[in-house]
Design a protein around this ligand. Structure first.
Ligand code: FES
Length: 177
């Protein structure tokens, strides 16, 4: 997940991102931004029940901290729950356009194929899936799916299933674009 994508989240489909930014706005007046990290993490933990990866990226941007600094603090304090790391991450765009155009079916495919739902990790530690509630700025190619930082367009359940298989068998490069 790059920060560019987060920056593209303007407009009506970025409800979640707007909410996340509003949480961070409360700390704008703090002289030393990084001192806000713990209260910020507490706020997001309260909001989401854990610290989602895209939120960590947003915190990094807004508080001018590196991701290792954020995860360092988040994992040091056992109060905070960060996602268990999986080898591969599927990020389903659930911006309004993608949501209207099949991202629900993709979530269903992931559930059926990998047996995991939002934020869960497969028992072998290979796969996790997350939803992005903002637009990737590529609605013309909807629905959009990002796997391991590569963005795929016009993704059908069939194509996603094939991508997962190819990554599992090490053939993913054929689809890499
Ligand atoms: S809603 Fe725009 S790329 Fe998914």
């Amino acid at each position: 997940m790059s920060l560019t994508v987060l920056n593209n989240g303007g407009g009506s489909s970025s409800i979640e991102l707007a909410k996340a930014n509003a949480i961070l706005d409360k700390y704008d007046s703090w002289d030393i931004k990084r001192e806000a990290l713990i209260p910020v993490l507490q706020d997001f933990q309260h909001e989401y029940g854990y610290i989602p990866a895209p939120i960590a990226a947003l915190i990094s941007q807004r508080l001018d901290l590196t991701l290792p600094e954020i995860y360092g603090v988040a994992t040091f304090y056992t109060d905070f729950k960060v996602l268990q790391k999986a080898e591969h991450r599927i990020l389903l765009c659930e911006g309004i356009a993608c949501y209207m155009c099949g991202s629900k079916g993709l979530a269903k495919l992931v559930k059926e194929k990998l047996g995991i739902e939002h934020t869960e990790v497969t028992p072998d530690g290979k796969w996790t899936v997350e939803r992005a509630n903002w637009c990737f700025g590529a609605c013309n190619l909807m629905p959009i799916v990002e796997i391991d930082h590569t963005v795929y367009g016009n993704v059908t359940a069939e194509k996603l299933s094939q991508l997962i298989d190819d990554i599992n068998t090490g053939k993913f490069k054929e689809h890499h674009h």
